[in-house]
Design a protein around this ligand. Structure first.
Ligand code: ADP
Ligand code: MG
Length: 454
């Protein structure tokens, strides 16, 4: 049997039943690898399309295959990036190794260390230094050299997405690497607040005090959140003093200068200001280019100069946005198996660059979600609890909120007068799952690509 012809016939039939966009997304670069023991094995370019083919189209594919050859009993899908050809040919992609590393996408978070609570991803090796963060970096280095001696506390502040968390965790990771015996603990302020509150409830404050005071390095991220939390401030003040007196290193980050944090006690404020205060500002153009190049390399994409410069010119605010721009391009490359052109890039990044509400509307969003999940028009509005409809509905609600900033009640009205609490619940649910589940995250990105490219 000619496997290639067989697959062509399957594709020809599938194509009749699904939208061109879905066809291109899920069936590009698939082929039959083998037919052994009554099983057809289909290769897919990445795990993402593998899962979709299995779950969404598996049954239909098998049916079509069986109608073409009754000896076929089953179909299986395998990820085989090497077997799929790149439309750019050899020039565009260096080799299959590159494909594999794109496959990994850098999405897999490394595991957080249970003892220190540090994320091993945040290290100095991948921290880029430029005029915008030089001072904070130099201070960090001084702390690493002699923890507890040079700057205590080190207080790093700056706007969102500028690298505070990365920097303070890199300090922790480096100290731990240099001196594994040292006790290092990283705590986001919310976590600090909750462990203090819980220990008060459980009458275990003394125990907590003891653990915190035995540390060599205590890192508290986003300390501004303790504003107005009196109990936490009280406990933290004593812990701070105790560590400080023993020359143990304290590292704090905040989105603003200590003077600008409201509702913290004067005595804490003056402790915060007693060491080194270093700010991080926005990265300049050269640094933005350097960051994009490095992150691209890390994730196995080699973007041409014009694309890098386009992004660096248009996304200036922070590093997190640069990263999300890059991720969009990577997801595009994964789904389409080709590098985006400058035109593609412009479309893909439209939402980050200009206000989304100017270029899309509720109809487009609902259309894109309907098509993506391949459900009949209008079914999203059924008050059905079936997951098949409820998930697209929740995703659509989430996107209407996120992209168009519609009010919850407005969204509720669009969905047949649903209560605004239902909408809030849907939005929160999707937001949370998208954070935790890479698959949902990618689905949402792919839907957005459709919304903004139509
Ligand atoms: P913040 O805590 O200030 O909001 P993060 O530390 O979370 O910012 O940084 C946002 C993203 O940008 C992270 O993925 C981080 O790894 C990356 N990043 C920040 N600063 C740098 C830098 N100087 N070099 C490389 N990546 C950076
Ligand atoms: Mg942070």
């Amino acid at each position: 049997m000619d496997l290639e012809k067989l697959w062509q016939s399957v594709l020809a039939q599938i194509q009749l039943d699904i939208s061109p966009a879905n066809f291109a997304t899920w069936f590009a670069n698939t082929k039959i690898l083998s037919f052994e023991n009554d099983v057809i094995s289909v290769s897919t370019p990445n795990s993402f399309s593998k899962e979709w083919l299995e779950q969404k189209y598996g049954k239909d594919i098998l049916k079509i295959l069986q109608s073409l050859d009754e000896n076929i009993k089953n179909v299986s899908f395998v990820v085989d990036p090497k077997k799929t050809k790149s439309p750019l040919g050899k020039k565009g992609f260096k080799n299959s190794k590159e494909e594999t590393s794109t496959e990994q996408l850098g999405f897999k978070e490394l595991e957080i260390n249970k003892e220190t609570n540090l994320n091993p991803r945040y290290i100095f090796d991948n921290f880029i230094v430029g005029p915008f963060n030089e001072l904070a970096f130099a201070a960090a280095m001084a702390v690493v050299e002699e923890p507890g001696k040079n700057y205590n506390p080190l207080f790093v502040y700056g706007g969102v997405g500028l690298g505070k968390t990365h920097l303070v965790q890199a300090i922790g990771n480096k100290i731990k690497e240099d001196s594994p015996e040292k006790k290092v603990k990283y705590l986001p302020a919310e976590k600090l607040i909750s462990i203090i509150v819980n220990s008060i409830k459980k009458n275990s404050v003394e125990e907590l005090k003891k653990t915190l005071r035995e540390l060599d390095v205590l890192i508290v991220d986003d300390i501004q959140f303790i504003a107005g939390k009196d109990k936490t401030q009280e406990e933290f003040f004593h812990t701070f003093n105790s560590l400080y007196q023993k020359n143990k290193q304290i590292i704090l980050s905040s989105d603003r200068h200590p003077n600008a944090i409201p509702a913290i006690t004067e005595r804490l404020k003056s402790r915060f200001k007693g060491g080194m205060i270093a700010d991080i500002s926005s990265p300049d153009f050269e640094t933005r280019v350097a960051i994009l190049k490095q992150k691209g390399e890390e994730k196995g994409v080699d973007l041409p100069k014009e694309i890098i410069e386009f992004i660096a010119n248009n996304i200036q605010r922070n590093i997190r946005e640069l990263e999300s721009a890059l991720n969009r391009l990577i997801i595009f490359k994964k789904a389409n198996n080709k590098n985006p052109t400058l035109e593609d890039t412009k479309k893909l990044l439209k939402t980050i660059i200009v206000s989304p509400s100017k270029i899309t509307n509720p109809k487009k969003i609902i259309q894109a979600v309907t098509e993506f999940y391949d459900i009949p028009n209008g079914t999203m509005f059924f008050t059905s609890r079936k997951k098949e409809f409820s998930k697209p509905r929740q995703v659509a609600m989430f996107l209407l909120k996120k992209e168009l900033k519609l009010s919850y009640s407005e969204i509720g009205r669009k969905f047949g007068g649903k209560d605004h609490t239902t909408v809030i619940h849907a939005c929160q649910l999707i937001e949370k799952t998208a954070e935790e589940d890479e698959k949902i995250h990618q689905e949402i990105e792919l839907i957005l690509q459709r919304v903004y490219s139509s």
